[in-house]
Write a protein that binds this ligand. Structure first.
Ligand code: ZN
Length: 228
């Protein structure tokens, strides 16, 4: 998880519906509106799931859901722009037509992640607030938070330390190292400036690489080590 900076204001359509006393479900009547909201969310999140940071790109046939951080059932935050997030289907495999909401729910609960695992349970950790800034990426692929309650959100409610995500994070870091070796030579020759430039290009990209939180944290650590 990484801080998401949303455009402000959000899509006018949401404000309009709110003014009319409508609900999020009304967006279903107007598929273009829903598409518009989803696209705005994806662009602000640079096409990554707000929780697991896997790629969610409709152009790559990856299923995208719109999630309410505070459950929809409470009503009042139903159409609030700062309550909406784009998430993956929460299944192990995200690709293909079969991985829609219904099939994601059929995956064994222990293998579900993100909104799909959380269901309507409230969580405190929120990628729109500073609550995610203290997240650490461990060498064993797990993610850790110093606040016990937020660690429970990560482990128990969102299931972000499930085996396949842990493995994918390890693989993502190895891939990063391989890529840097190809571009910059052996590790000993990597300079802080070159790593900073590499990071900057990715931070400015309209599409982040998968697990960008981990990639960024690794680069920041390696840069700091070289500046010491
Ligand atoms: Zn996800």
């Amino acid at each position: 998880m990484r801080r998401i900076h949303k455009r402000k204001p959000g899509p006018m359509k949401l404000v309009e519906l709110q003014r009319q006393g409508k609900r999020f479900a009304n967006l279903d009547d107007e598929p273009t509106d829903k598409h518009h909201v989803r696209q705005a969310l994806l662009e602000d999140q640079r096409f990554l799931c707000c929780y697991c940071m896997r790629s969610i790109d409709p152009d790559k046939h990856q299923h995208v859901r719109i999630e309410h951080h505070q459950s929809q059932s409470t009503g009042e935050r139903d159409l609030a722009w700062d309550n909406l997030l784009a998430v993956c289907s929460g299944a192990r495999k995200l690709r293909g037509r079969a991985k829609d909401d219904a099939s994601a729910r059929k995956v064994p609960r222990s293998e579900q992640t993100c909104d799909n695992h959380k269901r309507d349970e409230p969580i405190t950790i929120n990628p729109l607030t500073t609550s995610v800034d203290a997240i650490r990426y461990l060498n064993d692929g797990r993610i850790e938070h110093p606040v016990a309650e937020l660690q429970e959100d990560i482990d128990e409610r969102l299931n972000l330390n499930v085996g396949f995500l842990v493995d994918a994070r390890i693989a993502a870091r190895e891939e990063l190292i391989e890529r840097l070796r190809r571009e910059l030579g052996t590790e000993k020759t990597w300079t802080a400036t070159a790593l900073e430039r590499y990071l900057q290009v990715r931070r400015e990209s309209p599409r982040f690489p998968q697990y960008f939180g981990l990639i960024e944290a690794s680069l920041v650590r390696w840069i700091a080590r070289r500046r010491r």
